[in-house]
Write a protein that binds this ligand. Structure first.
Ligand SMILES: Cc1cc2nc3c(=O)[nH]c(=O)nc-3n(C[C@H](O)[C@H](O)[C@H](O)COP(=O)(O)OP(=O)(O)OC[C@H]3O[C@@H](n4cnc5c(N)ncnc54)[C@H](O)[C@@H]3O)c2cc1C
Length: 362
């Protein structure tokens, strides 16, 4: 019997495993492909804030950026590289956004500049994606197994008719959802990045059309593409690696001229985005049961999430889009505090916000 069973061993699942094992809980971690087999294994994984003017996503990414930089450095410095980042505007509109960002940001600005476009430079970081997930998961019991069934009996969750746990955390990314709740819709955005060898030395993390890592023994990482049409579970057509590489190299060439390029390795995977771009963290509403409750007014502008019926001791963490490694330590802390101490989660993060919209429609 486990205290918590986490399904999905990407950065979200493993970050939650870290928090809960640190708190002394007995944690099982399930993944059909092993650690970082999904989107997390493909990530760069650059730790940076969102260089936009305003909005809830910018806010949470700012806090998560500060939190994750300190978290990775404190707990896993061996899998984390602190490196200056030069973020360069893509076009005129972006020039204005970056000017605004620089005027407002409390972050320390570094002197690196681009000659042709507006740019901003700060201290940022890069995570070794797979090694970081492995390190975060090291105290959990790992099972390389797909979870196909989940049911509750006598106050306990039963997974695959074989494992028992008090709590369940679903961290399955953009891959097929275990609990088919109609209001949970995730956008899978396919991404491709490469490690390549080049004689060009790059001292900084560069972000423009794509991100380019600093050189490490002549190797740089370049990523990533954003393809909303390709989904490995929805097509039988194999992914076209050559076309993906061409896109990456042509976009990178806008920022830096990379000489004598030899591709060493391709990484591909799905990002998982929500429809308001904010992550989803917290309990899951049982839509069928909640809709049967005639005492709830679903048409109100200010829905009362506490009136809904929820799956008992079952939460999710998902929808991190292209910022999973920035968000995960912060979100895992929030989710663990909820599981361990029932600490409230902001309504901006709760999956219930999507149920409220769905219930109005149906
Ligand atoms: C090419 C690329 C580059 C990226 N670059 C960056 C970056 O620079 N910085 C950044 O912060 N983010 C980056 N991201 C985004 C980041 O990788 C994602 O936000 C993050 O991986 C999401 O993590 P996750 O744990 O939610 O999902 P995933 O990593 O996809 O993990 C979900 C896991 O669940 C498992 N699973 C699903 N269903 C089941 C089941 N029924 N039973 C058992 N296991 C199951 C899957 O095998 C998978 O391993 C990038 C993503 C891509 C694709």
């Amino acid at each position: 019997m486990y205290d918590v069973a986490i399904i999905g061993a990407g950065i979200n699942g493993t970050a939650v495993a870290f928090e809960l094992t640190q708190a002394g809980k007995r944690v099982a971690l399930f993944d059909k492909g092993g650690i970082a087999a999904g989107g997390s294994g493909a990530a760069g994984a650059f730790i940076s804030p969102k260089f936009s003017k305003s909005g809830a996503l910018k806010e949470i990414l700012h806090h998560s950026f500060l939190y994750s930089m300190a978290f990775y450095e404190k707990h896993f410095p061996q899998h984390f590289l602190k490196s200056p980042l030069l973020h360069i505007a893509k076009d005129e509109k972006d020039d204005a956004t970056l000017l605004h960002y620089k005027a407002e940001t409390p972050l320390e600005l570094l002197p690196f500049k681009d000659e042709t476009r507006e740019s901003v430079s700060i201290n940022a970081g890069i995570v070794n994606a797979k090694q970081m997930c492995e390190a975060l998961a090291s105290e959990a019991h790992l099972h390389q197994e797909e979870i196909r069934t989940l049911r509750r009996e006598n106050g306990v969750w039963i997974l695959n008719e074989n494992y028992r746990a008090e709590h369940i955390v679903i961290a399955t990314g953009a891959y097929e959802q275990l609990l088919q709740e109609p209001y949970i819709k995730l956008r899978g955005v396919w991404g491709h990045r490469v490690d390549l060898k080049t004689t060009t030395n790059n001292p900084l993390s560069l972000h423009q059309e794509v991100s380019i890592s600093p050189s490490n023994d002549g190797v740089v990482a370049v990523g990533a593409t954003h393809d909303v049409h390709y989904h490995p579970q929805k097509t039988t057509t194999p992914y076209d690696y050559e076309a993906g590489r061409e896109i990456l190299l042509s976009r990178a060439s806008r920022t830096i001229s990379l000489e004598d390029v030899v591709i060493i390795k391709d990484y591909v995977g799905l990002r998982s985005g929500s429809f308001d771009y904010m992550p989803m963290v917290g309990s899951l509403v049982n839509a069928k049961e909640t809709l049967l409750d005639n005492s709830i007014n679903f048409y109100t502008k200010k829905p009362d999430f506490s009136a809904y019926s929820y799956y008992k001791n079952l939460t999710m963490i998902n929808g991190s889009g292209g910022y999973g490694f920035v968000l995960a330590p912060y979100l895992a802390k929030i989710l663990s505090a909820y599981i361990l101490e029932e600490k409230e989660i902001s309504s901006k993060l709760l999956p219930a916000r999507f149920f409220a919209r769905y219930a109005k429609r149906v």
